[in-house]
Design a protein around this ligand. Sequence first.
Ligand SMILES: [Zn+2]
Length: 133
Amino acid sequence: MHMHGQLNMSRCEDPECDSLPFVDEQLYESKASFASCACGAVVRPHIVWFGEQPFYVPDIEQAIQQCDYFIVIGSSGSVYPAAGLVSVIAHRRNRGSNVRSLYVGPEAPNNARLFDEIRLGTACEVIPSLFGE
Ligand SMILES: [Zn+2]
């Protein structure tokens, strides 16, 4: 679930519009060059800007309650609600669950104390080592 959207997709900026996000790899030089939706509104990147509500939050919260292993790759650990997801895992562990959390990134996140394990390095370096050759 892409809670912060996908940069290679666009969508209508009107939240009431029924059109769906679509793959859009065109480079826009300025807002004046943005395409228009069939409804007349401007097409915008299918990403979440600061201050906007992330996508799929209820589905993500449900998955967090049921997962066995929670892996975060490359987060500052300071932008909520994403930064708070690991605290759900820590709470589950405190109540006796065997769930584990792992952070992977070049620097420790601001919420590092909440993770069971921190592996510093790029995703390309660390992730293959998690699964063997
Ligand atoms: Zn539209």
